[in-house]
Write a new protein. Structure first.
Length: 233
């Protein structure tokens, strides 16, 4: 596993809330939907029911924002749109931001995921992958219930997401189910075995990372970001 020098030395303890966390449509440092890049993106997505609209938004983001290995989980969504590239975490943040701009409440479940889940992507760089990766998994208040991002699409193409090859986690959402809670009818989309710890629910991802810290420390992000933020995932 990665050297301890690359991860934050101290995290603020505690867990998030329960599934009763209400979420919101408020703008935040990351989910800056009032910014021109996000508000313009919201206006481009055709009118539809909330769930169909989110599916369309996912497709637009997938086509417009190139997947890269960026490291900053607190990058404003508007920056990802403006640059046209972003990590899975950053692309998910864009989806949350446009949802809030559409008036759809969002929240996230905080997950600590086993770093080995990302091994297939890093080859010789596996020793640099942290033992735990903090993941903000979005949920949207649609049709009177909370819908996790991995449930947006009802179709499930053959083959589970393996985190190997060209397909990213964000892209896989549109092809097959992705769930971290073991709640898959056929088990194909179940990734719960990779979850090391469930960190609770948060009104927004800014709150999660403020409490738990980002996966890598500031020094590691500062050194790695200029290179990895351009490397295609």
């Amino acid at each position: 596993m990665t050297s301890g020098m690359l991860v934050p030395r101290r995290r603020r303890g505690g867990l998030g809330g329960t599934a009763a966390v209400p979420g919101s449509t408020a703008t935040t440092g990351v989910l800056d939907w009032v910014s021109p890049p996000i508000s313009e993106l919201v206006a481009e997505i055709p009118a539809a029911s909330e769930r169909e609209w989110l599916r369309s938004a996912h497709g637009v983001i997938r086509s417009r924002i190139r997947p890269v290995y960026a490291l900053n989980d607190l990058q404003p969504a508007s920056t990802s749109v403006r640059r046209g590239r972003g990590s899975c975490s950053q692309r998910l943040a864009v989806l949350e931001a446009v949802a809030r701009g559409r008036g759809i409440r969002t929240r996230v479940e905080g997950l600590a995921v086993d770093g080995r889940f990302w091994y297939p992507r890093f080859g010789r760089l596996r020793p640099l992958v942290p033992a735990r990766v903090i993941l903000a998994w979005p949920e949207f208040r649609v049709e009177g219930r909370w819908l996790a991002v991995g449930e947006l699409f009802e179709t499930a193409a053959p083959g589970a997401f393996t985190n190997a090859g060209a397909e990213t986690l964000f892209d896989a959402i549109g092809r097959t189910g992705v769930a971290w809670g073991g709640d898959c009818a056929d088990g194909v989309c179940d990734l719960s075995g990779w979850v090391v710890e469930r960190l609770g629910y948060f009104d927004h991802r800014d709150e999660l990372f403020a409490q738990q810290g980002q996966t890598l420390c500031w020094t590691a992000r500062t050194i790695g970001e200029p290179v990895l933020s351009y490397r295609s995932a």
